[in-house]
Design a protein around this ligand. Sequence first.
Ligand code: ATP
Ligand code: MG
Length: 251
Amino acid sequence: MIKISSLSLSGGQGKTTLTVLLARYLAQHGKTVLVIDCDAQANSTTFLGVDIEEDDPTLLEVLKGDIEAKDCLYEVSERLHLIPADDGLDAIGDYLSSSAAGALMLKRRLKNISGFDYCLIDSPPQRSQISSTVIGASDYAILPCESSVKGYGSLVRTLEAIKELQDLEVTNIATLGILPFRDRWVGARRTNESEKCINAMAQVLDQVFPSIRESEQYKKAVSNRTTLEALGHPDLEYPFEKIAEKLEGIS
Ligand code: ATP
Ligand code: MG
């Protein structure tokens, strides 16, 4: 199972959009996928359509070691499962910081999980014990990044956080690529801001995936719990097709 995190240490950069739509795309194309929601906002949990009752186990109990990860798998569809989050997840910060192995906790808890081709990890928007344990558990990161000055700044901070943990030899994570998010076009032309930002992203990392364009259709696919293809926009799945090809090449 290849573990890939959707990482960006800022809000609204497309982490959840990437996680949910890539998970559905891969499952639709015959792969078995486990999504882990590592954000207390629980947006991936909501958009994958899993309702959590008060006493239901979530990632919080898995990280604390109260239950095994394999006993916390919720079926979304035939090939797609979820380890969900709820707003209690923030409480894990103290637990993780009290352990010397905090950054390795998620990796450790996932050790006995098998039967999935890919594990996609949605992550929180700020630097925290949770983001560190996500980086510690991941084989690869995809870095969604809004095509704006704010997005570029967040990309730089995210890469710094990854490098710090790599230098500490806590993780072997490799960056798979940057995914430009909310790429704005007017007619047949990309806006100057998007153009500049995407060019700047290409200076930071060789691999820049085809962008997610500014479009209501992505929001619609996520909130209607469906795919872009089912909405009649298979062309908008191109970024996910390219990411899937890249993943195929490393598996
Ligand atoms: P957070 O850090 O809060 O978890 P995030 O990085 O997970 O945010 P998303 O929730 O995926 O980011 O997206 C941010 C916002 O952009 C959401 O309100 C979403 O509906 C919207 N959005 C998603 N795709 C597009 C798109 N293609 N064009 C414009 N807006 C979009
Ligand atoms: Mg999110």
